[in-house]
Design a protein around this ligand. Structure first.
Ligand SMILES: Nc1ncnc2c1ncn2[C@@H]1O[C@H](COP(=O)(O)OP(=O)(O)O)[C@@H](O)[C@H]1O
Ligand SMILES: [Mg+2]
Length: 317
């Protein structure tokens, strides 16, 4: 649905994005994650035909953003960083205006506006002034204007910025409800946001892609070898030697008391899944298995690893 090839953008001498290549499949919600200044807004402005690229190609629904901007705009809904909502307009009038910008008039426009208002939970505030709405509801109006022409693709630039926690959850749920029907790219510098909303994540830093994959795959890739956490009920001095004897086990560390038991961290020497062997050994030892799980990095840890220069190279391999 979205294809980006070797896309770069210079602002004067300054390179804001550098040779980006990625694709987004139909129905996906892609999280576009990166710290401030990473190049998220720049990329989104290019994809929505607000600004030309300096080099490279971007296609949306098969149309080139540079050669066929009208075709692209017809298929893309855009919620910019600063939502284009007019405070002195009534919600429904504003939506009719947004529909007119997309070339819709008359009963067709009214139907589209009512559908968008309904999807965004704005039916009850349709006759209120935009300026009198809460920030969360104003953001819903921003989303409603982005979907009014029923676009295939939605491009949302930091859609939850400045909202309170309850509003954030509501907006995230709303965005999730768009998946499948619309292909969504959502930018954020907030890590839990992609965990809560997105099926896949593309991490950029200083204009370059540092990783793109499913979240679990990114943390798996960053793991140096599989690490497993084992928690047992009893203090069992002979358990660590027994674990070390299992084929495929590398190091075993005794971490002491942890969450009502005793914790051991076990690494697999060549990345094998050793869980069933671990479980069997622990159960046989009679130490009382309370928990066995594979350790994975939190998104915060992944992000820090990926956006520090030292680790950038490793992540791209
Ligand atoms: N209009 C502009 N003129 C010059 N530099 C810009 C302009 N817009 C953005 N930049 C620079 O380009 C880089 C990427 O910015 P941006 O795409 O807004 O990042 P993000 O949205 O990830 O915070 C930043 O270093 C920013 O300072
Ligand atoms: Mg931005």
């Amino acid at each position: 649905m979205i294809e980006v090839q070797r896309l770069s953008k210079f602002y004067g001498q300054r390179k804001a994005i550098d040779d980006l290549t990625f694709t987004v499949e139909k129905g996906e919600i892609l999280g576009f994650l990166g710290p401030n200044g990473a190049g998220k807004t720049t990329t989104m402005k290019i994809l929505t035909c607000f600004m030309p690229a300096s080099a490279g190609v971007a296609r949306v629904a098969g149309y080139d953003v540079f050669d066929e901007p009208l075709e692209v705009k017809r298929r893309v809904g855009y919620l910019p960083e600063t939502p284009p909502v007019y405070k002195d307009m009534v919600v429904r009038d504003y939506m009719m205006y947004a529909a007119a910008l997309h070339g819709m008039h008359g009963p067709g426009a009214r139907g589209a506006v009512d559908a968008a208002l309904g999807k965004c939970g704005l039916g009850d505030v349709r006759n209120r002034l935009v300026g009198n709405l809460s920030k969360g509801f104003r953001q819903r109006v921003g989303l409603a204007q982005a979907i009014v022409h029923n676009p295939d693709v939605l491009i949302l630039d930091e859609p939850t910025v400045g909202l309170d926690p309850k509003q954030i959850i509501e907006i995230r749920e709303l965005i999730k409800s768009f998946a499948g029907e619309h292909t969504v790219i959502l930018s954020t510098h907030i890590l839990p946001e992609v965990q809560a909303t997105c099926s896949r994540v593309l991490i950029i830093n200083e204009g370059k892609i540092v990783a793109t994959d499913k979240l679990e795959a990114i943390s798996a890739r960053l793991r140096k070898g599989n690490v497993f956490s084992v928690i047992v009920r009893d203090e069992a001095s002979d358990l660590a030697p027994k674990l070390r004897k299992i084929a495929g086990v590398g190091e075993v560390a005794e971490n002491g008391k942890f969450e009502g038991g005793n914790r051991y961290t076990v690494s697999a020497s060549n990345g094998e899944d050793i869980r069933s062997a671990l479980a069997e050994t622990v159960v046989k030892s009679g130490a009382g298995l309370l928990e066995l799980r594979r350790e994975s990095l939190s998104l915060e840890e992944v992000f820090l690893k990926l956006t520090t220069v030292e680790n950038t190279k490793g992540a791209q391999q």
